[in-house]
Ligand binder design. Structure first.
Ligand SMILES: *Cc1c(COP(=O)(O)O)cnc(C)c1O
Length: 437
């Protein structure tokens, strides 16, 4: 029965209820209320370990897996990441503050963003962030001046557009100049930035970064990106006289949202990309750089589910059946944003076949507030608990208070099977706390 439910942490118990980390989801909904995010700690740790193992295996340990915080960010997660020897990406003062509040080691943080403010850059310098990924020339000059003024020597990578767009299942080799992120190779601005970074006395110019997209199922664009980047490292060596030591190849590895998704095993990705890195380095005469990868979705996505209570089941004869739940785009905007696929399960009937086709609607005042259309589901009625699977990434982190809905709490199921609240439910007082009389 497990195969029905896409993630290792999910199963169905003898009562036919959906379980996560061995725990009955109906009991969790009863204890904590709904909507509720539940995450399985074992699944997160297994993902971290598989990335770390691949770095040992294919790069002789000379690399780092840095989790992209934007996928799901809270203090408890940083503690798990630290225990698993992971680094972490942050893209804002808020994520940096959270990492800092969790005591996450600054040297293992990578600071991203296409428009970091002076305050954010200052905060990164003050906290001693290990690497700042510089996006543009304005930022390079601002950071150089700040570093100079404070006597700091931050490690810097330059974000490069390698000219490979892999945002969809198809990827396009060229035409990626039109992105708000990073330096273009074609226009010469990337080389200009490399020369400026190499000339700076305050910045430690460590290497290059690229990130080619998200939810990618194909290895080929990653291989091409690695080749382009190493080619550019060789060009920098020739023209700017610096041999860069680091190459950050970004994240973007796809996960299984629905049974039809067929993600590449991390190990196969790592094996093929590392072979391309070795070959390109041999061809260009460069030493193999320290490799960084930045998985976000694939560390936490499959580890999470969301539990809702079903309210109205509205049958519109000949049109469709709306199953309304007590959350929606406020806790999961991904369907509204991208028409993302999800797998839906009636948590109390998880062992039964899905005989209905329904549209799952949220409670927000928007016609577009849906979680899925024409999806398969067991027969449900008001009061039932509905689980949406693989919501661990880009759900809580994208949640809003639209319609003044309080954000749901996050419960973590530990490797010992115990449940632990890691983010509490927002209260009505939280919603008005910034309102002035
Ligand atoms: C979003 C992002 C990631 C993580 O992407 P996933 O698809 O979640 O793995 C990594 N690096 C950068 C720079 C990103 O913007």
């Amino acid at each position: 029965m497990t195969a029905m439910y896409i993630a290792d942490c999910l199963d169905v118990n003898s009562q036919g209820h959906l379980t996560i980390g061995g725990r009955d989801t109906l009991e969790l909904a009863e204890t904590y209320g709904t909507p509720l995010y539940v995450m399985d700690e074992g699944e997160i740790r297994r993902a971290c370990r598989s990335y770390r193992r691949s770095i040992e295996k294919y790069y002789d340990g000379k690399g780092m897996a840095a989790y992209a915080s934007k996928a799901f960010c809270c203090k408890a997660l940083y503690r798990i990441l630290e225990e698993e020897g992971m680094g972490a990406d942050v893209v804002s003062a808020g994520e940096l503050y959270t990492a800092q509040a969790a005591g996450f080691p600054a040297e293992k943080l990578i600071f991203h963003g296409n428009n970091k403010t002076v305050e954010e850059l200052s905060m990164a310098l003050e906290y001693g962030v290990g690497r700042i990924v510089v996006d543009n020339l304005t930022e390079l000059h601002t950071l150089d001046a700040l570093a100079c003024a404070t006597g700091k020597h931050p490690g810097v990578l330059l974000r490069i557009k390698p000219g490979i767009d892999a945002h969809t299942h198809e990827f396009i080799r060229t035409g990626q100049i039109d992105s708000k992120f990073g330096f273009a190779l074609e226009t010469g601005e990337a080389m200009e930035a490399a020369k400026a970074a190499a000339a700076s006395r305050s910045l430690r110019f460590l290497g290059l970064h690229c990130h080619i997209g998200s939810q990618i199922f194909d290895i080929h664009p990653f291989v091409l990106a690695a080749q382009v980047m190493i080619g550019f490292m060789a060009q920098i060596k020739a023209e700017a006289g610096v041999e860069l030591r680091e190459l950050n190849l970004g994240g973007g590895f796809g996960i299984k949202y629905i049974p039809e998704n067929d993600p590449v095993e991390y190990d196969r990705y790592m094996q093929q990309v590392s072979a391309a890195v070795a070959e390109s380095c041999a061809q260009t005469g460069l030493a193999t750089p320290f490799i960084i990868i930045e998985p976000g979705r694939s560390v936490v996505g499959s580890a999470g589910i969301t539990l809702y209570q079903v309210g109205e089941v509205k049958k519109i004869p000949g049109i469709r059946t709306y199953v309304s739940v007590d959350g929606g785009m406020c806790d999961n905007p991904r369907y509204a944003l991208y028409k993302s696929d999800y797998c839906f399960v009636a948590a109390g009937k998880a062992g039964q076949p899905k005989t209905c086709t329904v549209t799952v609607a949220g409670k927000c005042c928007e016609t577009g507030d849906l979680l899925g259309e024409n999806v398969a589901l067991q027969q449900v009625q008001p009061g039932d608990i509905l689980a949406v699977l693989a919501t661990g990434a880009y759900n809580y982190s994208m949640a809003s208070n639209y319609n003044r809905n309080p954000k749901p709490p996050v419960v973590l199921i530990g490797e010992d099977g115990k449940d632990r609240l890691i983010v509490r439910r927002e209260t009505m007082d939280d919603l008005v706390k910034n309102d002035l009389d």
